[in-house]
Design a protein. Structure first.
Length: 368
């Protein structure tokens, strides 16, 4: 007969135990769902270096995640140092055909190194075991995280459309649609979950810029690197240059994307999933409600995507925004007012005592 711990091992679960109470074995804390977030600093400084430039998220799953978890049929978080895994503050929504470095760069654009983010490739069992069904309840995870980061790769074919073509919902190649989150039904249902819970949604469109060295060999998963900065040199090669990863916003397709967003036209790999999800969304919160939120996120991101401090405040970290001085403070005010971002506006008003800012906010909204 299995003990409780052996049963969890058999299911591929990762868990933490506390030794605070001597003689009493506390129940395990399962690292799944919202508790299977990964540390942003580890994501950028360690895992990003394991991925070759140009690798899609799908290729990362095939070449890194599945080989590492095959023996135990476990979640990838089960292989990591416990300090690298924790309760996620944001849920990342993305497509597997897009480059993995774009996803990582976008997350680090808006979250500090000590925060935790939920990413499906680490938190979801990638093997067809019974417990996998629990991991696929993304709606509850989105709502438990408290915020949604939607990452979409820039698609030149969409940017090249005329407004008339975009309004007519035509001329977007299927291959291009697979790269953009707004054409994938799973991403839109994650937006629906955020809408139902009235959670903040941050949308980032663009790409990544990589600097420094990436090792040719893929090191095994391990603990977080002993650095909180944006750069880390390869510890195995003292002469290697620091590895850097930067998100480059690209808003040029957003005014076209606004007209193309329609959840009823979104695709899924499995048609049965698509039909089921659309039926659920139609029931609650409603197709047009999801379309409206997605269009709003697209329109807003064009205004404030470059404002890192502003977006960090949307996700709950108001300190960088509160520390801004002129002229950056006024620019952030204008962007927050134009985008209807109430949490950052509150941070700025509280940080500066509200003196003269109420009028400035109203004027900023009119000027944008």
């Amino acid at each position: 007969m299995f003990s409780g711990r052996e049963a969890l091992d058999a299911l591929g679960c990762c868990y933490l135990r506390s030794s605070a109470t001597v003689g009493i074995e506390p129940p395990p804390v399962l690292l799944r769902g919202v508790n299977a977030g990964v540390q942003v600093g580890w994501l950028r400084n360690t895992f990003a270096r394991q991925c070759q430039p140009g690798m899609s998220t799908l290729e990362v799953v095939q070449q890194i995640i599945k080989p590492a978890t095959e023996a135990r049929k476990c979640r990838y978080v089960a292989l990591l140092d416990q300090h690298v895994v924790g309760r996620a503050r944001a849920f990342s929504s993305h497509t597997w055909k897009a480059p993995i470095h774009d996803l990582i760069a976008a997350i680090t654009h808006v979250m500090p190194d000590d925060a935790f983010v939920w990413i499906d490739i680490f938190a979801v069992l990638q093997w067809p075991v019974p417990e996998q069904a629990v991991d696929l309840d993304f709606r509850s995870v989105v709502q438990a995280c408290g915020a949604l980061i939607l990452v979409a790769v820039h698609v030149p074919e969409i940017a090249a459309l005329t407004i008339e073509e975009a309004q007519a919902q035509g001329n977007v190649p299927d291959a291009a649609k697979q790269l953009c989150a707004f054409f994938r039904v799973w991403c839109l249902v994650e937006i629906a979950a955020a809408l139902e819970a009235k959670l903040p949604v941050v949308m980032l469109v663009g790409g990544s810029r990589i600097g420094g060295d990436i090792p040719a060999a893929l090191p095994p998963p391990g603990p977080v690197a002993a650095t909180g900065g944006a750069e880390i040199a390869d510890p195995a090669d003292p002469d290697s240059s620091p590895f850097t990863l930067e998100f480059i916003p690209n808003p040029s397709m957003l005014n076209r994307l606004y007209w193309l967003i329609d959840i009823t036209r979104a695709a899924a790999t499995v048609e049965a999933d698509r039909e089921r999800i659309l039926a659920e969304v139609a029931s609650s919160p409603g197709t047009e409600a999801v379309n409206s939120l997605a269009r709003g996120a697209a329109a807003g991101s064009e205004i404030y995507m470059h404002e890192r401090e502003l977006l960090a405040a949307v996700l709950g970290d108001g300190a960088p925004l509160a520390a801004l001085e002129e002229p950056a403070r006024s620019r952030a005010l204008r962007c927050a007012a134009a985008g209807g971002l109430m949490r950052p506006l509150k941070v700025l008003l509280e940080a500066h005592g509200g003196s003269g800012l109420d009028l400035e906010v109203r004027l900023s909204a009119k000027q944008m």
